[in-house]
Design a protein around this ligand. Structure first.
Ligand code: GDP
Length: 433
């Protein structure tokens, strides 16, 4: 991680190049979001090639901790910058230790000591200042001192005693996803536990798959992938998301059950959240509206009601004998008007409706302007009607309403609108016997 232009991409390219050279593969390295470097000591380091906070945060937000160590890249000629500080914050929040790579040390104006001093004020204390942060001066461009950087990583990993169990069901994390023309949905993943083999059934987020093929970053086919190895997995039925946790399950049947269950729960949560937002917004609007009116007229709501809107009739429902009934009669409604004044007038009439009445009147939403598709969608959610005063509903809106069976009631006289609403309320009351 580090500030833009401080050399992250160059460093990763250089590390990757050394690797290709070391393997004498000479082939084309493809970008799969993660790659491994084999050291002469026999150790192997996996670099997550996802520079940029967004990817890191997205993975972190889902609770996955794929990163064991953060390499903080700071250019020696530029020093600590805004994103350097942000990177430090991210690493600290994630509780991941940092190794400092002071880059561009080949430049004549490079001043690594200044970088270390600047970092002190961000709680990054290098070993020479008595702290525990290892600091390596490198030149990513020239490939200088990368060996020392790798050794620093291995040393820290040993101190941290990073270990994983290669036995048991596989656990891992999705790093990147893409749809390949030939292979279909493909993910780059890091195995964190267990050993992944062909034929394994995996679940990630709301997707599942059966491992058909596995590749490394050099497009070499793999038959087994152990902990901390990056792998490209082919065989997904759908595309999971970056940061999703991968779990191996015992059968395809089980995988389907897990995905179905997750889909249902997510849908339920989404609907619940939407409804909460809608009702909070209505409350806010209504409160704001009342406040404006109160200050404007300087009198209380009911007084104003009778003083200013004598023309509008009060809503007094009447029982008749031939109406259909309902156990919990409610009239949910949305009111749209051409100007503030007309909407206010209608709301005032609605306000006179006695909440004790047998049929509840639920003003779901009100606003100014023509009736929109979102009004219809909202009405559908509440099974209500849309009342418009001096406004229109275009063809698309009308068609949507017809399709969803939502009545749109357009009026040009408030009195008529009120009569119409009364009619709707009356229709829900228990008939007189
Ligand atoms: P990133 O935005 O952090 O990924 O930075 P890049 O890797 O794209 O590097 C930004 C610029 O700095 C490029 O022009 C690189 O060639 C240059 N650069 C990167 N590392 C070094 C280095 O070690 N020395 C010098 N002189 N230039 C470097």
């Amino acid at each position: 991680m580090g500030h833009v232009d401080h050399g992250k991409t160059t460093l990763l390219d250089q590390l990757r190049k050394t690797q290709v050279a070391a393997m004498e593969a000479g082939g084309i390295t493809q970008h799969i979001g993660a790659f491994s470097v084999h050291l002469s000591s026999g150790n192997r380091i996996t670099f997550l090639d996802t520079p940029g906070h967004a990817a890191f945060s997205a993975i972190r937000e889902r609770g996955a901790n794929v990163t064991n160590i953060v390499i903080l890249v700071v250019a020696a000629d530029d020093g600590v910058m805004k994103q350097t500080v942000e990177s430090i914050k991210h690493a600290k929040n994630a509780n991941v230790p940092i190794i400092l790579a002071i880059n561009k040390c080949d430049k004549p104006e490079a001043d690594p000591e200044r970088v270390k001093r600047e970092l002190l004020s961000h709680d990054i204390v290098c070993e020479e200042f008595g702290g525990d942060i290892q600091s390596i001066n490198i030149s990513a461009l020239k490939g200088e001192n990368l060996q020392a950087l790798s050794e620093a990583i291995v040393t820290l990993a040993e101190v941290m005693e990073l270990k994983a169990d290669p036995a048991g069901l596989v656990e891992g994390t999705v790093i990147e996803c893409r749809t390949d023309k030939g292979k279909g949905p493909v993910t780059t993943a890091i195995v964190q536990r267990g050993t992944l083999r062909k034929g394994a059934v995996l679940v990630a987020g709301r997707a599942w798959g059966k491992v058909r093929l596995m590749f490394d970053e050099n497009n070499t086919m793999l038959s087994e992938v152990g902990p901390s190895m990056p792998v490209e997995i082919v065989g997904w039925k759908d595309l999971p998301s970056a940061g999703d946790e991968i779990l191996e399950v015992e059968s395809e049947q089980r995988a389907r059950e897990v995905v179905d269950w997750r889909t249902d729960v997510e849908e339920e949560e989404r609907i619940q959240k939407d409804l909460e937002v809608i009702s909070a917004k209505q409350h806010e609007h209504r409160e704001a509206h009342r406040k404006t009116l109160d200050t404007f007229y300087g009198m209380n709501w009911k007084q104003k009601n009778s003083a200013l809107y004598k023309t509008s009739r009060h809503l007094i429902p009447q029982r008749t004998s031939e109406r259909i009934t309902d156990d919990n009669p409610t009239v949910p409604l949305i009111v749209k008007g051409d100007v503030d004044g007309s909407v206010e007038a209608i709301l005032n009439v609605i306000d006179t409706y006695n909440a004790e009445e047998e049929c509840e009147l639920n003003l779901v939403h009100f606003g100014i302007g023509d009736i929109s598709e979102s009004d219809i969608v909202l009405a559908e959610t509440f099974n209500g009607s849309v009342y418009g005063f001096n406004v229109n509903a275009n063809k698309t809106v009308q068609q949507l309403a017809a399709k969803k069976n939502i009545p749109i009631k357009l009026h040009k006289i408030i009195y008529h609108l009120v009569e119409d609403l009364k009619e709707e309320l009356n229709s829900k009351l228990t008939p007189i016997t």
